[in-house]
Design a protein around this ligand. Structure first.
Ligand SMILES: [Fe+2]
Length: 129
């Protein structure tokens, strides 16, 4: 069983966004598997890089879609996105410098963050985009 399984209840009603959320979940599962398998720090660092790059891409796509639909919550979503990217980049720096290693606590933090992003934050635009 995967560390984090997509569920139908995660759907925000926009296919493109659902696909991107699925991809984020897949990267998180990849990170979990690499940690479990005791992969080298370098390889773990590359997955963290991929996760952050893809998160930025996803946020950009989400903001573009919201702007195109004149979504009222765009400013607050942008704020949430920027705050997470900042935190994620600090985390990336600590991982790549060896100051922090990916642990189950880190994975659970990412899982909780992703769940909150999809089910609480993004669900607000469901039916409005
Ligand atoms: Fe999202």
């Amino acid at each position: 069983m995967a560390f984090y399984e997509w569920q139908d209840s995660f759907s925000v009603g926009v296919k493109e966004m659902d696909e991107q959320h699925k991809k984020l979940i897949a990267i998180l599962n990849h990170l979990h598997d690499a940690m479990k398998a005791g992969k080298a720090a370098k390889e773990i660092g590359l997955i963290v890089d991929e996760m952050i790059d893809y998160t930025k891409f996803h946020f950009g796509a989400e903001e573009k879609l919201m702007a195109a639909k004149n979504y009222i919550g765009l400013a607050s979503q942008k704020g949430e996105h920027a705050a997470f990217v900042k935190k994620a980049q600090e985390f990336q720096k600590d991982i790549n410098s060896g100051k922090l290693s990916v642990s189950i606590d880190v994975l659970n933090f990412l899982k909780d963050w992703l769940t909150n992003h999809i089910l609480i934050i993004d669900m607000k635009y469901s039916g409005k985009l």
